[in-house]
Design a protein around this ligand. Structure first.
Ligand code: ATP
Ligand code: MG
Length: 258
């Protein structure tokens, strides 16, 4: 049986209306994402990454072209697509288990309680059910946001700079965690990031965007075995290929963020 969850974006244009004329934000975007793939989108600030993600989630309407999930045109938000933003957006007055259960139809049912518990375990938050968001660290809050996005078992999880607010070490730890969750859930993930290393560590393909208007400049495959060796020769080669798209080079020892 063919697996569900193929996302096809065809000739996508998105304009925003400004006072005098239209601002073309996305220009002729074409992208196919296979079920179970991990895709990163990288590009300079303002190139339309969040706009693209909002269109795929169904939060943004009014576009030209087609966004198809298994051949069907998207029609508004759906439980088939979960989303995680840069800030966790947990509700401060609800416990972690209630935050995670928010998206469920009947969060008090036995079945829902089981699902919430399973997802808290999946993201490593077992034991923190009754805690409130202010009692969690940044990394733990993002884990809770990931659990909340996964609790409805979406086919696609969209992540908009999900680790952007975390310190470098927590971030590297979260890379392992995200990879583990992606493998266990066998789900499609589309992640926006400004961190080239993060994109190479996690992705099957890196979509490089250019700006004004936002277009896909290049799609770079990452055919490296997992878990990936950040210090490896092949890793460095792919990094060079990504950075070249931004006229940057790897002769400096620090991590690049675009
Ligand atoms: N609702 C809106 N109305 C008008 N213009 C908008 C709207 N949302 C975004 N834009 C414009 O669209 C362009 C792309 O914005 P978007 O948020 O998608 O960029 P981005 O690539 O996510 O940037 P960043 O990396 O800074 O998050 C920007 O020029 C922005 O000003
Ligand atoms: Mg953005």
């Amino acid at each position: 049986m063919e697996r569900l969850g193929t996302l096809e974006v065809k000739n996508l244009n998105k304009k925003y209306r400004s006072q005098n004329d239209d601002l073309l934000v996305l220009d002729d975007i074409n992208l196919t994402v296979q079920p179970g793939e991990f895709i990163s989108i990288i590009g300079s600030s303002g190139c339309g990454k969040t706009t693209f993600l909002r269109l795929v989630v169904g939060l943004e309407k009014g576009y030209e072209g087609e966004i198809l999930l298994d051949g069907q045109r998207l029609n508004g938000p759906s439980l088939k697509r979960g989303v995680v933003f840069q800030d966790h957006r947990l509700l401060p007055w609800l416990s972690i288990e209630k935050n995670v259960g928010m998206g469920l139809k009947n969060p008090k049912s036995g079945e829902s309680r089981k699902t919430i518990q399973e997802h808290l375990e999946l993201v490593g938050l077992k034991g923190f059910e009754k805690h409130y968001p202010h009692q969690l660290s940044g990394g733990m809050s993002q884990r809770a946001a990931i659990a909340r996005a996964l609790v409805n078992r979406p086919e696609i999880l969209l992540l908009d700079e999900p680790l952007g607010a975390l310190d470098a070490l927590t971030r590297m730890y979260m890379h392992q965690e995200l990879e583990r969750i992606w493998m266990k859930e066998d789900i499609t993930m589309i992640m926006i990031t400004h961190d080239v290393d993060e994109a190479i560590v996690l992705s099957d393909k890196i979509v490089v965007m250019s700006s004004r208007p936002g277009t896909i400049k290049k799609i770079i495959p990452v055919p490296l075995a997992r878990p990936r060796d950040r210090a490896g020769y092949d890793f460095a080669n792919i990094k060079e290929e990504v950075l070249a798209e931004f006229q940057l080079h790897t002769d400096h020892p620090f991590t690049y963020s675009i």
